[in-house]
Write a protein that binds this ligand. Structure first.
Ligand SMILES: [Zn+2]
Length: 636
């Protein structure tokens, strides 16, 4: 999108209708104010802005990761402060080459709209910082140069946000999104082998105790029994950490941050379920080592935030952030943070992804040490490094499917849908000529090409011998977010018919400006799906203050937030007392599960009504002092 007409067409789809104002070319904000003062018919109040493009100091081997700052003209935009905030080194103004090559713009004409010129491969590396003053702008008229300094457009804060979302929104898939996210945390991708010897696997006692029942062992090669069985990794701590001990020699080797995308095997006997609980699953596992606990904890939560964003922003699945109880935490770790999801159809909670602080347990077992940089004495004490590990698996897909699916099949959130728009020729009967048919199928291909040109993943279904109804079913089951129907009557009216997969709502859309309308509709569907799922989740989390309400709440397919003592023995009792076998009660719904409830997490955001009063509020199960609210539920 390099000309103003195309830009305005895109903005009009986002609710922006005015054409840009033309004036003399300007070089700074004073000249800009001056130039606008001579133009008549402008809004009474408007806000001037500046858009700055910075670049951090990076190794040459890394993809360039510029930072775009969009701010009110008089807001402070100190590059050092912004760099510190983003944890980026030596942020400097990007040179002219970056502006022209990456953003197709030039000094003096830089605006947020230059983001639309960045290629799909590069946009994942661009960070956008928006001044709060603009997001709270009350004039409704924020002034920008639309790609050239001789023009000005006025947009509202809402339009600006929609535009930024639409630029970013259609490019990332889970892996791309996460890789870009962890790259910005300085994590590098790597790969380690899948086989691990029993000696190494069993080095950390608590760890192997936690995993032992699920480890798959290779005992035979062809017809030869192996002298020593070899394990298939259930996770890679013990595979990687002997190498950490070799690589980390000095505090200057820290932090060490690596990630691998791989499959792991956990031999599950009870109830394997596609995507949710499978013996082999694909995941990413990140492993980092730090000098201090403080640095390690910052990263544990940075990664947890990325996980939450994957669920909420890509998959439109709401989650609750929190910490696991001691009983449920990662075997061998110190603390496990988690994002917890909810499957409304069964009323069960599901662990979404976890980020662990491992403390020094593994570094002690694997002897990963550095010398204390604070101490220069001859026999400086050795320090064990502080470690983290974090993982997200294909379970995400299962949670997404179960959150949004309906009786017609899958409902895909637009941002992750492989096909976002399916175009189907319609309204053709026996009385239509070959020529009529050709006009309709050409129109389908033309719409497909136009949508693809702006990055929408569109496809036409021109298969013969299938009725439109059969095609509708085919794509509905697969959850394609938007169906576009094109027939002779639509073409007469210069429009097409759209149908949303999530709501089944149908609406005509003009062929003119179709690209923007469809992009906006995709953003709308994405938002609506999250809002709907969040409402369901919120409605089904109940604060429970009496034990006798606990099981009925579970039986009505809800999760319970209870004041809890955080003791393991109490957690075991809750599980036993809430399993249906022990109760002999009847569920309110046949499909409600019968297993006992587990603690899902201690939510980071604690309920405040009523608050936990220390020394006063009691655990609802055992009557001991309650420490925090815990989320309990039947789960996967
Ligand atoms: Zn208790």
């Amino acid at each position: 999108m390099s000309d103003i007409t195309a830009l305005v067409s895109k903005l009009s789809g986002l609710g922006f209708n005015d054409t840009p104002v033309e004036h003399a070319p300007v070089e700074n904000v004073e000249q800009w104010a001056e130039a606008l003062s001579t133009v008549s018919g402008l809004p009474a109040e408007y806000t001037l802005t500046k858009t700055l493009i910075f670049k951090p100091k990076q190794p040459k081997s890394e993809a360039m990761a510029p930072v775009v700052v969009i701010a009110k003209h008089d807001s402070a935009t100190n590059s050092k402060a912004i760099g510190n905030e983003l944890k980026l080194k030596e942020l400097r103004f990007a040179n002219d080459d970056v502006l022209t090559d990456m953003f197709q713009t030039a000094k003096g004409s830089v605006s947020p709209f230059a983001l639309a010129n960045v290629s799909k491969e590069n946009i994942a590396n661009v960070r956008v910082v928006v001044d709060k003053a603009l997001l709270n702008d009350s004039t409704g008229n924020i002034a920008f140069h639309p790609l050239t300094s001789s023009h000005t457009v006025f947009v509202s804060a809402a339009t600006l946000q929609s535009f930024l979302k639409s630029v970013e929104g259609l490019t990332h898939q889970i892996q791309e999104f996460f890789d870009a996210g962890i790259r910005s945390l300085g994590v590098k991708n790597c790969y380690f082998p899948m086989f691990v010897s029993s000696k190494v696997l069993e080095r950390e006692k608590d760890h192997i105790e936690g995993f032992a029942p699920e480890v798959a062992w290779v005992t035979r090669a062809g017809s030869t029994e192996l002298a020593e069985p070899i394990a298939i990794r259930p996770t890679s701590e013990t595979v990687m950490y002997p190498y950490f001990a070799k690589w980390i020699r000095s505090h200057r080797d820290l932090p060490l941050k690596i990630n691998q995308w791989c499959s792991v095997v956990r031999w599950e006997f009870k109830n394997p379920q596609p995507f949710l609980r499978t013996r082999e699953f694909l995941w990413q596992e990140g492993h980092c080592a730090y000098l201090t606990e403080k640095e390690a904890m910052v990263e544990v939560y940075d990664v947890l935030t990325l996980y939450r964003r994957i669920y909420e922003e890509l998959l439109a699945v709401p989650v609750i952030e929190g910490v696991k109880s001691d009983k449920e935490k990662f075997a061998g770790g110190v603390a496990t943070t988690t994002v917890e999801g909810f499957i409304a159809a069964t009323g069960r909670g599901i662990q979404g992804a976890t980020s662990h602080y491992l403390g020094q347990n593994f570094s002690k077992m694997f002897n990963i040490v550095v010398q204390d940089p604070e101490d220069s004495g001859a026999d400086r004490p050795k320090l064990h490094v502080h470690q983290t590990s974090w993982g997200l698996s294909t379970r995400t897909i299962g949670v997404m499917v179960m959150t949004h699916g309906d009786d017609q099949g899958l409902v895909m959130p637009p941002r992750v849908a492989e096909t976002q728009v399916i175009i189907i020729p319609c309204g053709l009967t026996a009385k239509h000529s070959e020529e009529d048919r050709r006009v309709v199928s050409d129109a389908c291909l033309n719409v497909e090409a136009r949508l693809r040109a702006v990055g929408v993943r569109a496809e036409s279904d021109l298969r013969e011998h299938y009725t439109p109804g059969q095609k509708f079913n085919h794509w509905e089951v697969r959850g394609v977010p938007i169906r576009v129907e094109i027939g002779p009557k639509d073409l007469e009216k210069h429009s097409v018919m759209t149908a949303r997969r999530d709501t089944f709502v149908k609406a005509p859309v003009a062929l003119e400006g179709l690209e923007s309308s469809i992009q906006l509709l995709l953003v709308t569907i994405q938002n609506d799906m999250l809002v709907k799922a969040r409402k369901t989740f919120d409605d089904r989390v109940k604060i429970v203050l009496e034990w006798n309400e606990f099981v009925p709440v579970l039986n009505s397919k809800c999760l319970a937030l209870i004041p809890w003592c955080e003791r393991e023995v109490c957690e075991d009792q809750i599980k036993t007392r809430s399993s249906r076998d022990s109760l002999g009660d009847e569920p309110e719904d046949e499909k409600a599960p019968s297993m006992g409830a587990k603690s899902l997490c201690l939510p980071s955001k604690q309920p405040t009504n009523p608050p936990i009063v220390h020394g006063e509020t009691k655990c609802i199960q055992c009557g001991e002092n309650a420490k925090r609210y815990a989320l309990f539920g039947r789960s996967y």
